[in-house]
Design a protein. Structure first.
Ligand code: BGC
Length: 447
């Protein structure tokens, strides 16, 4: 296949975008979560004039979803904020449920498919104070919450039980970056166990209530490849780490109807730790996840605002490896970049979707592509400094502006095909066209 042909996706393939409740909602300060507490203790993350994540009032949520629909999106992923629905133990906020109901009904009224995430990192404050995912009664609390949700949303087909349990375990419980900042191996052991059980129980409950539902977990899957694939030790090391860190966890979290894959970036791992090279400008978050003994090297073409390299080739490798290991359908539940000026988003979307297309040609059942994110939002420790949205948001005025790259994504999503040449000419500058062509050729020639 040469790159001048149109790349056509199966008619049933769905395109969409995602948000998470805490990152876009505010609830007028009424919700009570561990992240609200955390932000109060770290007042420099959100600037006072940024007013906090107040933007997804019902009206604004509908406006943004309507924009997505007009771009041709078929899926809207969103999460429910537990600390908004149950701000105090056992006390249910009917207004919060009514809000989510209206938003989900609205999504359906636009003939889009809602996908609900039950937990996207954030916990109610009352649970956090007891130790969060490490508390012995967390399973009872979580299943009670899931049952409540199901009593209101039994018409939703796609569910994610937990968002990135592997990353949250690392950032919140094994290290100190996210709440509850436990940083303790023994706690981590319990947390992992409870997360696995929470998924299993939620899966069983959802299936019982909605037999046709499709349920999965969204995993944080950074792909770290050996820098020298011919070096057997490096090769083995990269595979073993991936297995220990991610695949083992995914295996334990069965059953699932699909693997939810959150892929953003990847690095080369090398074992040159005895001969350190000069600093490679790698961001803190990646360093934090740096693998024991190995060093990280940047592959790829461009870096995003977060410093994460753009490597669509690694997405293809990841998809192959996931399917080979789990033999389950795959939904890309997040893929995107921080890019305030929208310099590379068109390049990113185009090349990553070619990788997805190629995977499908190889017989890998990738069923959906969900871009992160619908709109700029509160990027956890970074506040509003990182811009992932197809819609750009001014966090002070609330003004929205559609990024140019959203039109490229729209041209692909609406017609379920990539007109490679045409899109490259229309959306990429000359240098990017050259680089995109190189990457695309590699992807289509199976790398
Ligand atoms: C998380 C999102 C986050 C995104 C970009 C994902 O790991 O699920 O909440 O905004 O990465 O950092």
């Amino acid at each position: 296949m040469d790159s001048t042909h149109d790349l056509i996706f199966p008619q049933k393939f769905l395109f969409g975008s995602a948000v998470a409740a805490f990152q876009v909602e505010g609830d007028g300060g009424k919700r009570k979560t561990d992240w609200d507490l955390f932000l109060n203790h770290h007042p420099t993350i959100v600037k006072p004039n940024e007013k906090g994540p107040e933007w997804w009032t019902q009206k604004n949520a509908e406006k943004d979803i309507q924009t997505m629909q007009s771009l041709g999106m078929q899926v809207q992923r969103l999460s429910l904020e537990w600390g908004r629905i149950e701000p105090e133990e056992g006390v249910i906020n009917d207004k919060a449920i009514a809000y989510y109901k209206e938003v989900i009904t609205y999504i359906k009224s636009l003939h889009m498919t809602p996908m609900i995430t039950l937990n996207h990192y954030v916990l109610p404050e009352w649970i956090a104070r007891k130790g969060g995912w490490a508390h012995k009664d967390i399973l009872q609390y979580f299943t009670r919450f899931v049952a409540l949700v199901l009593s209101h949303f039994s018409d939703v087909e796609y569910w994610i039980t937990l968002n990135e349990p592997n990353f949250l375990l690392d950032a919140g419980y094994l290290t100190h970056s996210y709440p509850p900042q436990t940083g303790n191996l023994i706690t981590g052991f319990y947390v992992r166990h409870y997360m696995i059980e929470a998924h299993k129980r939620a899966y069983a409950l959802i299936k019982k209530n909605i037999p046709t539902s499709q349920i999965g977990i969204a995993f944080a899957l950074r792909w770290d490849a050996p820098e020298n694939p011919k070096d057997p030790l490096e090769n083995f090391y990269a595979k073993a780490l991936n297995y220990i860190e991610n695949y083992n966890f995914i295996k334990a979290m069965q059953p699932a109807d699909f693997i939810g894959c959150n892929y953003y970036t990847g690095y080369y791992l090398n074992l040159n730790f005895l001969k350190p090279r000069p600093s490679k400008n790698i961001d803190n978050r990646s360093i934090q996840q740096t693998k024991m003994f190995a060093e990280l090297e940047k592959p790829g073409t461009y870096d995003t605002d977060f410093g994460w390299p753009i490597v669509p080739e690694f997405l293809l490798q990841l998809l192959r490896s996931l399917y080979k290991t789990f033999k389950l359908p795959i939904l890309i539940t997040e893929n995107g970049l921080a890019d305030k000026e929208d310099k590379y988003r068109s390049f990113y979307i185009l090349t990553h979707l070619v990788a997805v297309w190629q995977a499908i040609q190889e017989g890998i059942p990738v069923k959906q592509y969900i871009h992160w994110s619908t709109i700029d939002n509160l990027e956890w420790l970074e506040g509003y400094r990182m811009h992932f949205g197809l819609i750009k948001l001014n966090p002070v005025t609330g003004e929205r502006k559609l990024q140019q790259s959203a039109h490229l994504y729209s041209a692909i999503a609406k017609y379920k095909k990539i007109e490679v040449e045409k899109l490259m000419k229309e959306y990429l500058d000359e240098e990017q066209q050259k680089k995109a062509l190189e990457v695309i050729k590699k992807l289509l020639m199976k790398i």
